[in-house]
Design a protein around this ligand. Structure first.
Ligand code: PTJ
Length: 259
């Protein structure tokens, strides 16, 4: 389907189209389409823009990734469909390794996603030959690579499930999550929950990585002063403020013009 550029919700419709195409080619699972719809509903609450608290979390995410010894970006079907190029660019800027990790894992799907990342410029993508298991996880998400997520100190997990986030945190890792739902178990469990839309979040983190590179003092200061509770609190307040503003606009009586 051709989406006209002039459509007021062009970006959102394009993302939906990209996901449907990726589902047809076996990169995205049907559950990924449901997950996307949930995310979009939350994005309306943010006015489909990165909020100020999201930008604070994105800067903190960049600082944690830059100061990591073994940073890894985890990629699933939705992420490969929506942000393969952006993820590869971010991995290069940090630099970090990329590992494909799937909830609905099949070897063929992993290979398809690796190929998609390679087409976007990625090299040495991990995930096809897992040789370790994340302790305490029953699902196939536990399968991991010793050179990647298993020994990473900082892991970026966009569109994750809460179980693996919790298991990774239990292993002592710093987990940076991207999830539009501030109430999801992932957002609650992550060390740095970034409550923003995937493509916007990856681009913002990339921008902050480039800004902070070569400035270890500022990077350390950001890590020192970041507060997860404070940041999530600011996200709730932002949603509250937006809804109250909208309610006020709707209920305010129209003023008569006196001539
Ligand atoms: O490719 P697989 O097999 O690993 O499966 C991927 C999915 C996404 C199906 C799997 O990880 C899953 O089931 O995830 P959940 O538990 O549905 O969680 C996805 C979360 O991502 C939800 O909280 C959504 O609100 C959020 N979300 C969806 N789309 C976006 C998003 N957050 C940010 N940006 C989005 N574009």
């Amino acid at each position: 389907m051709k989406i006209p550029r002039s459509h007021p919700r062009y970006e959102s419709l394009m993302r939906r189209e990209r996901l449907v195409r990726a589902w047809k080619s076996g990169v995205v699972v049907p559950e990924g389409l449901i997950a996307h719809g949930r995310g979009e509903a939350f994005d309306y609450l943010f006015g489909e823009e990165s909020s100020a608290p999201a930008l604070v979390a994105e800067k903190a995410a960049a600082a944690f990734l830059l100061s990591a010894k073994r940073p890894v970006i985890s990629v699933n079907g939705n992420v490969a469909a929506l942000a393969a190029r952006e993820v590869v660019r971010l991995a290069r800027a940090i630099p970090a390794r990329i590992e494909v990790n799937l909830f609905h894992r099949t070897p063929a799907r992993v290979r398809r996603i690796v190929r998609r990342l390679e087409a976007a410029g990625a090299e040495a993508v991990l995930g096809t030959r897992p040789d370790a298991r994340i302790p305490g996880l029953e699902s196939k998400r536990a399968l991991s690579d010793r050179d990647g997520i298993f020994t990473a100190d900082v892991v970026l997990v966009p569109l994750e499930d809460g179980d693996r986030t919790e298991a990774l945190v239990r292993m002592g890792k710093t987990v940076v999550a991207i999830d539009l739902n501030p109430l999801s178990r992932t957002s609650q469990m992550a060390t740095v929950p970034v409550v923003d839309e995937l493509t916007r979040a990856v681009l913002n983190i990339d921008k902050f990585v480039r800004e902070l590179r070569g400035n270890p003092e500022e990077t350390a200061r950001i890590i020192r002063t970041y507060s997860k509770a404070g940041n999530l609190g600011a996200v709730y307040s932002y949603i509250n403020w937006r809804l109250r503003n909208l309610a006020r606009k709707r209920t305010r009586p129209k003023r008569r013009r006196v001539t």
